[in-house]
Design a binder for this molecule. Structure first.
Ligand code: PEP
Ligand code: MN
Length: 333
């Protein structure tokens, strides 16, 4: 739409789109509102929309993914999680334990990461574990503890949902819903969070191409939830010195193709505590909008992902380093 398009102009286009049996997705941006159209057959109707009041131009989107593409929305999206912006000039740091284990554990870690400057708290109440005998998470009890930790620290909460039942609960207790790597192509789950009223952190599948990653995000936007944050967490390669290979090159690639913000998770991306800080610094340098980092006050006794969890002291040191890096790359922290 033109920069001076009115709310009535936008409504007029939405109505014209819907009258043809298509779906309209008005996506407000910094400069102008873009209206994505899905469900249409081809570009032959472009002239019909082009003549409507307030319309600047009609751009046929050439990629399979549409709403996530920069063709539909040229400027960066900023997604707010409980008021914390992800995708703007500020680096967003999400930190916390892999799993919520107990009140004492969660509050200890939450207070430590808050003191060090994290803006968001992470913690899993539903854990997708490789083994059915591993700790599966505290379920709703864990979500209640996360809500309590938010009360205590003021940090908005990000937590994973595994199915429609946990989405419903996460929607109620948390500020953002995480879809894990193992569920990146669980299309019914993607459609479900597409109807959620909370932002979604979508993690890259462990063998997903960039196009598959963006198509999964498209599922969520296509249902009307435009508050999607991507997260690179490493992919499987032949490399055997780390749990996964953190694909930092995907960050500038995403930035070129999509307006969505992207976080980097160097914890799952490396699987080793000593690699988390170096890869965090690299992620910030390569243009990530923020980091997701696993922190535990007693990692050797953690119920999940202890070997990749850093201590509060290590986290504090990392935050100091990131604060020095941020201004050099035009970011704030
Ligand atoms: C997690 O964040 O704890 C997690 C399970 O991540 P991923 O889905 O990336 O493995
Ligand atoms: Mn984990």
């Amino acid at each position: 739409m033109r920069q001076d398009a009115t709310a009535a102009d936008i409504r007029g286009v939405v109505e014209a789109v819907e009258a043809r049996g298509y779906r309209a997705h008005p996506i407000p941006g910094a400069q102008r509102t873009a209206i994505g159209i899905t469900g249409n057959k081809g570009a032959e109707e472009a002239p019909v929309f082009e003549t409507l009041p307030g319309v600047l131009e009609v751009i046929p989107v050439t990629h399979a993914y549409k709403l996530v593409s920069r063709e539909v929305k040229p400027d960066d999206s900023v997604v707010r999680v409980g008021g914390v912006p992800v995708g703007g000039p500020e680096l967003a740091i999400v930190a916390g334990p892999c799993a919520v284990e107990s009140r004492e554990q969660l509050l200890t870690v939450a207070r430590a990461v808050k003191a060090a400057g994290a803006q968001l708290l992470r913690g899993g109440a539903y854990k997708p574990r490789t083994s059915p005998y591993s700790f599966q998470g505290l379920g709703e009890e864990g979500l209640k503890l996360l809500a309590e930790a938010r009360e205590a620290t003021g940090l908005p909460v990000v937590t994973e949902a595994l199915d429609s039942e946990s989405v419903e609960l996460a929607e109620r207790y948390a500020d953002a819903i995480q879809i894990g790597a193992r569920n990146m192509q669980n299309f019914s789950l993607l459609k479900r969070v597409g109807r959620a009223r909370k932002p979604v952190v979508l993690k890259r599948g462990m063998s997903a191409t960039l196009e598959e990653f963006l198509m999964s995000a498209e599922y969520i936007l296509a249902e009307g939830n435009y508050q999607v944050i991507l997260c690179e967490r490493g992919v499987r390669t032949f490399s055997d010195f780390s749990r996964n290979t953190l694909d930092l090159a995907v960050v500038p690639a995403v930035k070129r193709m999509s307006h969505l913000p992207i976080l980097v998770d160097p914890s799952h991306g490396t699987g080793r505590r000593e690699k988390v800080a170096p890869l965090s610094r690299a992620a910030a340098a390569v243009g990530a909008d923020g980091l997701m980092i696993e922190v535990h006050h007693d990692p050797n006794r953690a119920l999940s992902d202890g070997p990749q969890s850093i201590t509060p002291d290590m986290f504090e040191e990392l935050m100091r380093e990131l604060r020095q890096i941020a201004p050099v790359i035009g970011r704030r922290l």
